[in-house]
Design a protein around this ligand. Structure first.
Ligand SMILES: [Zn+2]
Length: 182
């Protein structure tokens, strides 16, 4: 069974025992609504499977597609591949809501289960600290060559300024040791 629904909320209590699959399109609003501005856009699907056999439901997530982020090397935006799997267990016979590690207990008044926070968290936590244009099959990174050239010029300029300062210091030192009028 594969249903396509727009909301991220699953009516848990009406789920019959067995396996239930849902395919979600992840909208960029999931990130902008949380004020997370490092993901500018996304083309993501979340395939979520619920296995209900008892009071514990196993929820498997497979999230795949691309997200648009800024390259830390050249400053251009690029689409980064995302492909991750995760799993949580949801206990439905508790009285009080509680969460620990990958086990969630729903309170007795909770009839729905919102998977949006989990999808959000899995994606954001999967992002590497440094995001750089990936290498293609020939090992070439498609960074913006103009931007890289500008950065390189900036580096050269900085190092020549540095050199100039050093030389000035050397000259001053030299003048102190051997004044010109001597
Ligand atoms: Zn780049």
């Amino acid at each position: 069974m594969k249903k396509k629904i727009n909301s991220y909320i699953i009516p848990f209590t009406v789920l019959k025992p067995g396996e239930h699959s849902y395919l979600f399109s992840v909208e960029k609003g999931l990130f902008t609504d949380n004020n997370y501005d490092e993901i500018h856009d996304c083309q993501l699907k979340a395939h979520v499977t619920f296995n209900k056999n008892s009071a514990i439901i196993t929820v498997n997530f497979h999230i795949y597609g691309t997200i648009n982020v800024t390259c830390d090397r050249c400053g251009d935006d690029f689409d980064m591949d995302i492909n991750l799997d995760s799993k949580i267990l949801v206990k439905t016979d508790s009285i009080v809501h509680s969460e620990e590690d990958d086990m969630i207990s729903l309170g007795k008044d909770e009839v729905d289960f919102d998977i949006a926070p989990y999808i959000y968290q899995y994606i954001v936590l999967s992002l590497p600290m440094q995001r750089i244009h990936p290498e293609d099959k020939d090992g070439v990174r498609h960074c913006n060559p103009e931007a890289l050239k500008k950065l390189k010029n900036l580096e050269v300029k900085n190092s020549s300024e540095e050199q100039y300062r050093l030389d000035t210091n050397k000259l001053l030192q030299h003048l102190k040791e051997k004044p010109l009028n001597n």
